[in-house]
Design a protein around this ligand. Structure first.
Ligand code: ZN
Length: 128
């Protein structure tokens, strides 16, 4: 039995369940991320990995809106005028696998990863 052939087949029948937001921050900002605390976000590019097994489109539309009630960590970053989502990528992988595969470094420990089971330091990575 060849396991290499099984994985892609399994993915073929899996629906989109996660997404990545590619974000640019136009200047270095200090942003209060809810109860997590106040953090300095260096100017540059970021990638955020999230999951939405249902209502993926609605979730993404919500991320793109500036005016909203701030609920998730990512809301606090994206509500900022200096932050802009430049690209959205949907995936069949689980969010943690997507996150692990993304290069970059964690600048805020615990960002978006409160319910993470894979031990990701952060679901937001700074790409530079
Ligand atoms: Zn994770």
């Amino acid at each position: 039995m060849c396991w290499f052939k099984i994985t892609p087949l399994k993915l073929l029948f899996t629906t989109m369940q996660s997404y990545q937001l590619f974000i640019t921050l136009s200047k270095t900002l200090g942003i209060q991320i809810g109860r997590l605390g106040l953090f300095a976000f260096p100017k540059g590019k970021y990638v955020y990995s999230g999951s939405a097994k249902k209502n993926m489109e609605k979730r993404i539309a919500r991320h793109l809106k500036k005016k909203k009630s701030l609920h998730w960590h990512i809301d606090y970053l994206l509500a900022n005028d200096g932050a802009k989502v430049v690209k959205v990528v949907k995936s069949k992988l689980v969010e943690c696998d997507l996150n692990v595969a993304a290069r970059g470094k964690a600048v805020v420990r615990g960002f978006g990863s409160s319910d993470c089971k894979e031990g990701c330091k952060s679901h937001l990575k700074f790409l530079g």
